[in-house]
Design a protein around this ligand. Structure first.
Ligand SMILES: Cc1ncc(COP(=O)(O)O)c(C=O)c1O
Length: 356
């Protein structure tokens, strides 16, 4: 019997690998997913206790997103009309690609880029041109400018996951200004970096800046993403593209309370940056790895032929980091998230002992 269009479609979809989620281990030091354990868990216990009185989960969260956007607006000091929200920035990426791009849209990005973004482009069969990171795990601005003429969308995660690289501010500004199509700058890790270009959305109508509460606010489990763009884009997105109730009541209320205490998260980000420096220095002292600078809450290092052994041996000791294989021009790359001081020390001691 001839296959129906539907069977063929499912067959084609089944050929895709999809976004590979990390393996779940119990009772381990989890340094593989760029989460933020430096945020004290008692902070959220407190937040959860407080929101219980405010919620009635029998109701749809009518008006909830609007209140969250006001809290975001106070935090990021941007007009509320320039802010949209989503169920994690993952969902915003999905909705933007699904509604703004097609098989005819050409996307320019880096290699590597954020894995979920790449998978979504494959799902929608959107052709991508990728510029590879060089030996030092840097990108060259000129490569992007040369290729930008042939692209409709430029997507960059700034800082980049998994390298931790961020262009110099002037360079990124120049690239954005020279690009005619839509520019999507994903600032998921920006609170750990030196600068944000969020303000440029006030002047540039073709710029979207993605942000999230998953990283610096340590709220990955609540799935709160947001983005900044001109008012027309936000209106079309929020009124037409986005679901009526994209975030659940618990996420909305906890997000609002966390944003009200945003000063605490500035201290957390400062702590993470200090610990990041310590991890980079200690790994470099070991003299066997190529350790890359990072502007995010993780550190990438190349362990070449030893990477599988190190990754496995760490798991056996209850420490999970990310095994990435080849990244840019380097084989055997591993990525470790910055955790609490104790988690970081346990990782550093374990890896030092493995080398002896
Ligand atoms: C560059 C980048 N963008 C977006 C995300 C996803 O963020 P969210 O938790 O808001 O979906 C991640 C998560 O790892 C990321 O690395």
């Amino acid at each position: 019997m001839r296959k129906s269009w539907y069977e063929k479609k499912i067959e084609n979809l089944s050929k895709l690998s999809g976004y590979k989620k990390p393996v779940k281990y119990s009772n381990v030091i989890k340094l593989d997913s760029n989460e933020n354990y430096a945020v004290d868990s008692s902070f959220f216990q407190d937040v959860m206790n407080q929101i219980q009185e405010k919620m009635d989960v029998r109701e749809y969260p009518l008006g909830g997103v609007d209140r969250l956007i006001v809290a975001l607006s106070n935090y990021i000091k941007m007009p509320k009309e320039m802010i949209g929200v989503g169920n994690g920035s993952d969902q915003i990426i999905d909705l933007l690609l699904g509604n703004l791009a097609s098989k005819e849209t050409r996307i320019l990005t880096s290699d590597p880029t954020f894995g979920f973004f790449e998978e979504r482009c494959k799902l929608y069969a959107i052709p991508t041109k990728k510029i590879q990171f060089n030996e030092e795990m840097n990108l060259r601005l000129e490569d992007f400018i040369t290729n930008s003429k042939k692209a409709d969308i430029l997507y960059l995660d700034s800082p980049n996951n998994p390298t931790g690289f961020q262009f110099q501010r002037k360079q990124l500004e120049k690239l954005i200004q020279s690009f005619n199509g839509l520019v999507i700058i994903d600032e998921a890790y920006v609170e750990f970096a030196g600068y944000s270009i969020a303000n440029m959305t006030k002047k540039m109508n073709n710029l979207i800046v993605l942000r999230t509460l998953s990283k610096s606010f340590g709220l990955a489990g609540l799935r709160i993403g947001y983005f900044l763009a001109n008012k027309k884009t936000i209106d079309a997105f929020s009124r037409v593209i986005q679901y009526p109730y994209p975030l659940n009541t618990i996420a909305i209320e906890a997000g609002i309370l966390a944003l009200k205490r945003s000063k605490y998260f500035v201290d957390v980000a400062d702590f993470v940056k200090k610990e990041r420096t310590r991890i980079i220095e200690k790994l470099r002292e070991m003299k066997v790895f190529k350790v890359f600078d990072s502007e995010a809450n993780f550190v990438l290092f190349a362990a070449d032929g030893a990477s599988q052994r190190i990754h496995k041996a760490l798991i056996e000791q209850g420490i999970v980091i990310k095994n990435l294989g080849k990244v840019g021009k380097h084989d055997g790359c591993l990525r470790v998230t910055v955790g609490t001081q104790e988690m970081n020390s346990r990782f550093l001691t374990a890896i030092r002992d493995l080398l002896n």
